[in-house]
Write a protein that binds this ligand. Structure first.
Ligand code: EPZ
Length: 428
C-alpha cells in the first residue's frame, strides 16, 4: 500500500492534461461483449478499475489488450475481442473490488442469453443495490435466481424483448445496462427517466458506431430499436469531467495559475457555475480552463448534488474541501448517496469546521487548515483530502491511496508537475 506525503502551501502553475473518463470507459469496455468483432477504445485512463474490468473480460474468455506498449511508448488504448467468450460470469472476487462489474449483465443477457454475476455488495458511500437494473431487465423477459450471492440471469428463448422502462430513480449504470441489453433485443425499448450523464451519451455514441439504433441522446428518454448484429468499432473515450473538476478545484485552493487542458467544458457547467459564484477566477478557451489566483478570498456557496446536468455527486467531496477555507457558511447537500460524507471527519482533523445535519453538511470557512495524518475511505473522499492537504500548513500524510488509484489516472503525478509538494511512498 502507498501513502502520499503532502507539504501544504505551494501555489500551482502550469498545465495539466485531462485523461479519458473512467465512468465512460467502464460501460464501453462492457459493450465489447455485444459483438464478435473487436472494439478498439482510445484515450482510456490508466487506473485500477479499468484493469479490473479487463481482468473480468479476460476471465470470461475474451482477448483483452490494455495499454499496449508500441515502440516503448504506453498507448492509452484497449483492444477488446470478445468473440471467444466462454464463461458469461462475473465472480465475487472481481465484483467485490469493482461494483461496475454489474455492467456486464445487460450485454451478456443480450449476446449470450445468460449470465452469472455476483451481487455487488455495498460500499463506503452507500448500499448501492442494483434492484432497478434487475427490474428493468425482467421487463425485457429476463428471469433471475439468487444463489450463493450470485444473480443467475436468463433471457427468454428467442432473446430479450423490447419494453417500456421507467426508472423510478435516475440510475447511471442502470440506464447503461438496459441500453446495452436493448440494442440486441427484439423490437423497441423506451427508457424513461434515463440518466443524462455525458458518460451515458458517450456509451450510446459508441453503440451507434457499432450499428445500434438509439435516439434521444442527452435527453431523459432513450428510444432503442433492437438489431440482429453489432459490428466492431473504434471509439475515443470522452475526457473525464470529474478528474477535470478535481484539478480545477486543486488550482482554486492552492492559488497560482493553472490551465486544465482537454476538459469537457460543456459537461462541467454546473461545477464551473458554482466555482464562479464562489469567486474563483476562471477563464475558458475551447477545451482549456484556466484558473488564476484572485486577491479576494473565496465566498461560501451552497451546493446540492443531483443527476446530470445538476451538480455531480462525484465532485461534492472535492468542492467541500474548497469550502473549508471560504468566507462564510456553505450548506452542501448530498441527494444521491446516503453516506457520502466520509471525508468530513478527516477534513475536521485538518481543522475544518463542519457540522453534519442529515443529508447536509454545514461548512463554516476557517482562515487556515493545519496538516495531519489522514486516511482515505473512498475514491472521491481521497481526492478531497489531498486537495485540502495542499493548503494545510505543514506536512500531511494520506494513507490508503489505493482508493485514489482505482479511479484517478496518476493524479499525484499531475499535481506534482503543477508544483505541488506531494510525494508517493510505500506505506509500511
Ligand atoms: C455511477 O454509479 C457512477 N459510477 C458513480 O461514480 C456516480 O457517483 C453515480 O453514477 C451517480 O452519478 C459509474 O458510472 C461506474 P446510480 P451508479 O445507479 O450507476 C440508487 C465514482 O466516484 N440505486 O446512478 O452505481 C443508488 O443506491 C463513482 O466514479 C438504487 O437504489 O449510481 C444511488 O443512491 C461513485 N437501485 C442512486 O440510485 C439501483 O438499482 C444513484 O445511483 C440503482 C441505483
Amino acid at each position: 500500500m502507498d501513502k502520499l506525503i503532502i507539504e501544504g502551501g505551494s501555489p500551482l502553475f502550469g498545465e495539466a492534461l485531462v485523461s479519458g473518463a473512467k465512468n465512460a470507459a467502464l460501460p464501453l469496455m462492457a459493450a465489447s461483449i455485444l459483438s464478435d468483432e473487436p472494439l478498439k477504445l482510445d484515450n482510456i485512463p490508466k487506473l485500477g478499475d479499468l484493469i479490473t474490468m479487463g481482468r473480468l473480460l479476460d476471465y470470461m474468455g475474451g482477448k483483452v489488450t490494455l495499454y499496449p506498449q508500441i515502440d516503448g511508448q504506453l498507448h492509452e488504448q484497449a483492444h477488446l475481442d470478445m468473440s471467444s467468450l466462454k464463461l458469461p460470469e462475473a465472480p465475487h472476487e472481481l465484483v467485490k473490488t469493482m461494483r461496475a462489474s454489474a455492467l456486464v449483465l445487460g450485454p451478456l443477457l443480450a449476446r449470450h442469453g445468460r449470465a452469472r454475476v455476483s451481487l455487488p455488495g455495498g460500499c463506503a458511500i452507500g448500499v448501492r443495490p442494483i434492484d432497478l437494473h434487475l427490474k428493468a431487465l425482467s421487463q425485457m423477459g429476463a428471469t433471475f435466481d439468487l444463489s450463493q450471492g450470485d444473480v443467475i440471469a436468463r433471457a427468454p428463448v428467442g432473446g430479450l424483448k423490447g419494453a417500456k422502462i421507467n426508472f423510478e430513480t435516475v440510475t447511471v449504470t442502470g440506464t447503461e445496462n438496459v441500453m446495452m441489453a436493448a440494442v440486441l433485443a427484439k423490437g423497441r425499448t423506451i427508457i424513461s427517466n434515463a440518466a443524462r450523464e455525458p458518460e451515458v451519451t458517450d456509451t450510446a455514441k459508441a453503440l451507434i458506431s457499432m450499428g445500434a439504433k438509439i435516439k434521444g441522446l442527452e435527453t431523459d428518454e432513450l428510444i432503442i430499436e433492437g438489431t440482429e448484429y453489432l459490428s466492431g468499432a473504434n471509439h475515443t473515450v470522452m475526457p473525464d469531467r470529474v478528474e477535470a473538476a478535481t484539478l480545477i478545484i486543486a488550482c482554486a485552493l492552492a492559488g497560482g495559475r493553472c490551465s486544465i487542458v482537454g476538459a469537457p467544458v460543456g459537461a462541467l457547467a454546473a461545477v464551473i457555475d458554482k466555482l464562479i459564484d464562489s469567486g474563483v477566477n476562471i477563464s475558458i478557451l475551447g477545451q482549456t480552463i484556466t484558473i488564476e489566483s484572485s486577491q479576494e478570498p473565496l465566498k461560501a456557496v451552497n451546493v446540492t448534488t443531483s443527476p446530470y446536468p445538476g451538480f455531480p455527486t462525484d465532485a461534492q467531496a472535492q468542492f467541500m474541501a474548497l469550502m473549508t477555507v471560504a468566507r462564510g457558511a456553505s450548506i452542501i447537500t448530498e441527494t444521491i448517496f446516503e453516506n457520502r460524507f466520509m471525508h468530513v471527519s478527516e477534513l475536521r482533523r485538518l481543522g475544518a469546521d463542519i457540522a453534519l445535519e442529515g443529508r447536509s453538511a454545514v461548512v463554516n470557512g476557517v482562515l487556515k487548515l493545519s496538516a495531519a495524518p489522514l486516511t482515505a475511505s473512498d475514491l472521491r473522499a481521497s481526492a478531497s483530502l489531498i486537495l485540502a492537504a495542499l493548503v494545510a500548513r505543514g506536512q500531511s500524510v494520506v494513507h490508503r491511496v489505493y482508493h485514489l488509484d482505482r479511479g484517478y489516472d496518476r493524479l499525484d503525478e499531475k499535481l506534482r508537475r503543477l508544483g505541488a509538494k506531494i510525494e508517493r511512498v510505500k506505506d509500511r
